[in-house]
Write a protein that binds this ligand. Structure first.
Ligand SMILES: Cc1cc2nc3c(=O)[nH]c(=O)nc-3n(C[C@H](O)[C@H](O)[C@H](O)COP(=O)(O)O)c2cc1C
Length: 200
């Protein structure tokens, strides 16, 4: 499947085959692709919680507007981020680089994030957004459907997964074998309205 086709066929699917499951190799294939999504300074701060416990899925559904995707999908991924990843042994993000480059990039990372709480959080949201789209397009290329989700109580979900204090939840993505087509598209704004040239 080429990229354009995957983009056109990725939709927010709501109905999944409860009996379908993913092989471990498929999970590896999906997340090897997700790791290719970019992060600023390569800090790779996204964390992907795969919820495999059926009881936990039920509890999550109860705090997610009772959405069936939460329990019925083959894979439920809670995309989180470590907002302090930038200061946790950052040399590991550049371990393949030359010492000369490390000497430049490591202080730059520190200077960019230190004392900037909003930036640290925003960056997680940006990265998780890109990771989510990569996950959904890769799923499509493997003939699987997906649904991005923010329809849930973020605090309750954080509690259920023991979210560490220095992490945040960005969104969920359900992945699986779809059993019904997606809803008709809501309709696109005219390109003229969303495409701004030079300035507003
Ligand atoms: C960040 C985000 C959160 C969303 N949350 C939900 C959700 O909780 N439940 C749901 O059924 N769809 C959810 N959607 C799906 C959107 O409604 C859907 O992407 C949009 O209507 C466009 O349709 P399409 O994805 O099929 O092209 C979400 C989408 C995004 C990007």
């Amino acid at each position: 499947m080429n990229l354009k086709q995957a983009l056109e066929e990725r939709r927010a699917f709501k109905h999944f085959d409860k009996e379908h499951s993913l092989a471990e190799e498929e999970i590896q294939e999906l997340f090897s692709a997700v790791q290719l999504a970019p992060t600023a300074f390569n800090i790779q701060h996204c964390r992907f919680v795969l919820v495999t416990d059926p009881e936990l899925r039920q509890k999550l559904r109860a705090v997610a507007w009772n959405q069936a995707q939460v329990t019925d999908s083959s894979l439920l991924v809670i995309l989180c981020g470590d907002i302090k990843a930038w200061e946790k042994d950052p040399i590991r993000y550049w371990r393949n680089s030359s010492p000369e480059y490390q000497e430049i990039v490591l202080p730059s990372i520190d200077a960019y994030y230190r004392g900037r709480d909003q930036v640290q959080r925003d960056e997680v949201m940006r990265s998780c957004g890109m990771a989510a789209q990569t996950l959904m397009l890769t799923a499509k290329s493997m003939d699987l459907g997906s649904c991005p989700m923010v329809g849930f109580d973020f605090d309750a979900v954080g509690k259920l997964i023991n979210l560490p204090d220095d992490h945040v939840v960005a969104m969920m993505v359900a992945v699986g074998k779809t059993t019904a087509p997606a809803n008709p598209r809501g309709g696109f704004l005219p390109l003229d309205e969303v495409l701004i040239r030079n300035h507003f």
